[in-house]
Design a protein around this ligand. Structure first.
Ligand code: IMP
Length: 418
């Protein structure tokens, strides 16, 4: 059997707690690779008295033995990436950036923010980091790639021509652009820092696969934010599902082996867009408080609600999930009843799949008896019986085993089932 990579993917609207599982798995992998998204993602890792904020650098950076790959499917903001790199002093030889990744430059963030302002109450609620405009330029074939940083004068000329082409639009949006001299200085600065890391990461990953290295593919955001399979247009601009790992790194689908899908024991979403199982009342507030549901990248309070088994089943199928890691079970501790969205109703009809327009769907709930405490529990058998029944019911609804269950932010409070 050929060597295959392990994949971690979010099954909900992002923020599923992938960080804890990826950090854990990064300790036993030789390579950790990001394949999509940009610095819109983020998690914080505490090791001893040090806190690290990771947005785009793969989580393997905290394992001194691991090599870290930023794949071609990523959009990279050099200024933000360099800031993130400054947290570490030993990156050479263990951080590799694809020359084919697209550049996200300061004007992309300004366009993102201007578009959101212009949309008013129809705004997507983006992170404002420039993700959509950077991917937009890539697909419109007017983007620029990381490899071009190696010749700052040439890239400056190309960007000045691009700025001129879109000048009218930038004026309407109030986007201020750098002068030619400023741009050249900025790009030359990026080249100085990033040059040692820029390479053909596709060849690198192929070699690693051929040598039997253990490779972890680290997804960002979640399935319901996927550009094709999420709640368009309230999505991010990349392929967040497992298929994106193949194109975002240049590997074949058959190079991907075990897929671990990450889901919280309830549901959250940041930004606008449909979220059928959202709870606007006391339960939602309690989930937000207990789960510390505030964005790591933007600090925004997250919208909270119940586990959506319909959306999770959709995500299990799309991603080819082998096992689920169920996160933050302890956040449901102390609820008298725990609800699960088991179906939707659209136009008075009950359906069990994610419809074209999720905005039209109302949730159909099933209630489960709650439990006192799962916090800190480390074996499945030690969970309260009602919590075990909840998990078993979810497994049947979504069609995948919950092989990992997390009962607190601590690394050791993780149930791994045989
Ligand atoms: P963008 O990716 O900044 O364009 O934002 C598009 C949508 O994706 C918004 O609803 C964001 O809140 C959401 N989003 C982007 N990145 C993340 C993430 O890492 N976690 C959760 N939501 C995200």
């Amino acid at each position: 059997m050929a060597n295959q990579a392990d994949l971690i993917v979010g099954l909900q609207w992002g923020d599923e707690g992938k960080g804890k599982i990826v950090d854990h798995m990064a300790q036993t992998h030789d390579y950790v690779c990001r394949f999509a998204g940009g610095h819109n993602a983020g998690h914080t890792i505490v090791i001893g008295d040090q806190t690290y904020a990771l947005h785009l650098i793969p989580s393997g950076v905290l394992n001194p033995e691991a090599k870290n790959v930023v794949g071609n499917g990523v959009v990279l903001s050099p200024v933000d990436f360099i800031k993130e790199m400054e947290q570490f002093d030993d990156l050479e030889g263990r951080l590799f950036i694809s020359d084919k990744a697209h550049l996200l430059l300061p004007h992309h963030a300004l366009i993102d923010q201007a578009r959101e302002r212009m949309k008013g109450d129809k705004a997507i609620g983006t992170t404002g980091k420039g993700i959509g405009p950077a991917y937009g330029d890539k697909v419109a074939r007017v983007g620029h790639r990381v490899g071009e940083l190696l010749d700052p004068a040439k890239l400056t000329a190309k960007l000045m021509a691009y700025f001129e082409m879109y000048q009218g639009i930038f004026d309407v949006m109030g986007v201020e652009l750098p002068s030619e001299a400023e741009l050249l200085a900025e790009l030359a600065g990026y080249k100085n820092v990033l040059e040692p890391y820029i390479t053909d990461t596709t060849l690198l990953v192929w070699d690693a696969l051929d040598q039997g290295k253990k490779i972890l593919l680290e997804g960002a955001q979640g399935t319901m934010l996927d550009i094709d399979h999420g709640t368009y247009p309230y999505v991010t601009s990349s392929t967040t599902v497992s298929a994106g790992a193949a194109s975002g790194l240049g590997i074949a689908p058959r190079d991907i082996g075990r897929v671990t899908g990450i889901a919280k024991a309830y549901c959250t979403r940041v930004g606008n867009g449909p979220f059928p199982s959202e709870d606007h009342g006391e339960a939602g507030q309690r989930l937000r408080d207990n789960g510390h549901e505030y964005g790591t990248t933007t600090g925004r309070p997250r919208r909270c609600g119940w586990f959506d088994a319909v959306a999770a089943r959709h995500a299990v199928r799309i991603n080819g999930v082998d096992q689920i890691a169920l996160m933050k079970l302890d956040v449901l501790d102390g609820f008298d009843e725990v609800k699960v969205c088991v179906a939707y109703e659209v136009d008075g009809k009950r359906i069990d799949y994610v419809p074209y327009d999720l905005e039209e769907a109302t949730p159909v709930y099933e209630s489960f008896p709650g439990w006192d405490k799962t916090e800190g529990v480390q074996t499945f058998d030690d969970l309260p019986e009602t919590a075990r029944s909840y998990i078993t019911a979810l497994e049947a609804m979504v069609g995948a085993k919950m092989g990992i269950i997390s009962t607190s932010p601590e690394r050791e409070d993780t149930i791994v089932r045989k």
